[in-house]
Design a protein around this ligand. Structure first.
Ligand SMILES: *[C@@H]1O[C@H](CO)[C@@H](O)[C@H](O)[C@H]1NC(C)=O
Length: 447
């Protein structure tokens, strides 16, 4: 009994080890090394240079043995080959590690990074604690990478030990900020979670000297502060935003800086930037939020009146409460014998925007039983195609007088109309001649 349970335990442990080992396989990341071309002091458009580079990533420090296992390709400059130690395995997740030979590759860019005192108006200075200048006087790099299938966006700050005078460049991840939700779509009125997490190397002197978190919103060049937490004074900055929150316990315990929007509204659509500030370092990731709400449809008049052959019935389809504003409205007719056909788009109005930011639009269709061959009637359907889904509304149309009027019928109708017209004319003439003062009064009133 105890033997089997021991075997059972061992196999579970072995399985877990196997899983964690394979789950945390660290990638060899192809990146572009981008920096300002040397010798251009300022100016509006600083020319940039772009070089191929490669990052070999491990969770442990590099040893003689592990270095010998790395075989960098000859076409990349040795100064652009990076031997990265990533203790938390921030790079080591599936979205950054596609299967060998796959066409899609993560996007990656490395830039030189210059540590500087973080200056934000809403936070007390993090930098008054004396920082070891020797620690900061090293080569620093920032790397930004986007994983496959919009599953991860990551921004890391890495440091090269200043002592290393070798031709090989060794780096260590010091600060990492990432999001597992780089693109978020939400229905209107639902709570939204914008994921953002960070990690600070516990063995680094910057660890424990405080951090601040900032969430900014950006849309079409406009920006505003959504939420800012000043770790030094343990305070939130004053912002005009309501219904946005982060979990302070999670922030300190697991580096979870995710933003929670209580109730999504159309005005929340845009880009959110999560920034983590340390005394001399910062890293940030951007998250796109799109609020997508399909329209509600209704057909007017409701119910549809009986259609008399020869008459034209105007029907209207009103689509409302949708966002974003792109909508495709069309009409369909399904006759009583079951055949369907398109009645086109009708005449579509422009968009109107409600105070909650949602849009409405309508389409007007003229139903002429003769021209449109509507027969005895059927179902008239309005179809709205939208990013949030396709919606339909139907109304039943009844045409009376099944067959089209014959020529004799039409002539009879004209005759009847003429007789009626004559009678009315005659009667009005009789009245006006019998009482002319009445007519005068009426004339005055009309004027
Ligand atoms: C981060 O915090 C939010 C809100 O408390 C929670 O919903 C989310 O699951 C957390 N994320 C992680 C990775 O723990």
């Amino acid at each position: 009994m105890s033997d089997t349970s021991t075997i059972y335990k061992i196999s579970i442990i072995a399985f877990t080890l196997f899983c964690s080992a394979s789950g945390s396989a660290c990638p060899v990341l192809e990146c572009w090394f981008v920096q300002e071309k040397p010798g251009h002091g300022g100016g509006f458009s600083v020319p940039m240079s772009q070089e191929k580079s490669l990052m070999f990533i491990r969770t442990e420090a590099y040893s003689e043995e592990s270095i010998s296992e790395v075989h960098p390709p000859a076409d990349i400059s040795p100064s652009r080959i990076y031997y990265v130690t990533d203790p938390a395995g921030t790079f080591c997740s599936a979205p950054l590690n596609p299967p060998k030979g796959s066409v899609n590759k993560p996007k990656c860019e490395i830039n030189p990074f210059v540590p500087h005192a973080s200056m934000v108006s809403w936070a007390s200075a993090l930098t008054d604690s004396a920082q070891s200048p020797v620690y900061l006087q090293a080569d620093w790099f920032s790397v930004a990478t986007q994983g496959l299938d919009e599953q991860l966006t990551l921004s890391n700050i890495m440091r090269a030990p200043s002592a290393s005078k070798e031709p090989k460049v060794f780096l260590k991840v010091i600060l990492s900020v990432s999001s597992k939700t780089p693109v978020v779509r939400s229905r209107l009125g639902e709570p939204v979670l914008l994921d953002c997490g960070f990690w600070i190397d516990p063995s680094s002197p910057v660890h424990g000297s405080g951090f601040s978190i900032e969430w900014r919103y950006q849309f079409r060049g406009e920006g505003r502060l959504v939420l800012a937490y000043d770790g030094k004074s343990d305070r939130f900055a004053e912002t005009s935003e309501t219904g946005a929150d982060i979990d302070i316990t999670g922030l300190y315990e697991t580096g979870n800086a995710s933003l929670i929007l209580e109730e999504s509204q159309v005005r929340h659509s845009g880009t959110y930037i999560c920034t983590v500030y340390l005394p001399h370092l910062l890293a940030q990731v951007a998250i796109d939020l799109e609020i997508v709400e399909p329209p509600s449809l209704s057909i007017y008049p409701s119910p549809l009146p009986l259609l008399v052959p020869g008459q034209v019935l105007v029907v209207q389809c009103e689509a409302s409460g949708f966002a974003p504003h792109t909508l495709d409205l069309s009409w369909e007719f399904k006759s009583v014998d079951g055949t369907s056909r398109s009645l086109g788009q009708g005449s579509v109005t422009g968009h109107r925007q409600a105070s909650d930011g949602t849009f409405s639009q309508s389409s007007r269709l003229e139903l002429d039983s003769g021209k449109l061959r509507l027969g005895r009637g059927g179902d008239v359907t309005c179809i709205a195609k939208h990013d949030g889904g396709t919606r339909q509304a139907s109304a039943t149309l009844n045409v009376i007088g099944v067959s089209a009027p014959s020529i004799e019928d039409s002539m009879a109708m004209v005759a009847v109309a003429l007789v009626l017209y004559g009678m009315i004319k005659f009667l009005s003439w009789t009245f006006s001649s019998s009482d002319s003062s009445d007519t005068d009064l009426k004339d005055k009133k009309e004027k």
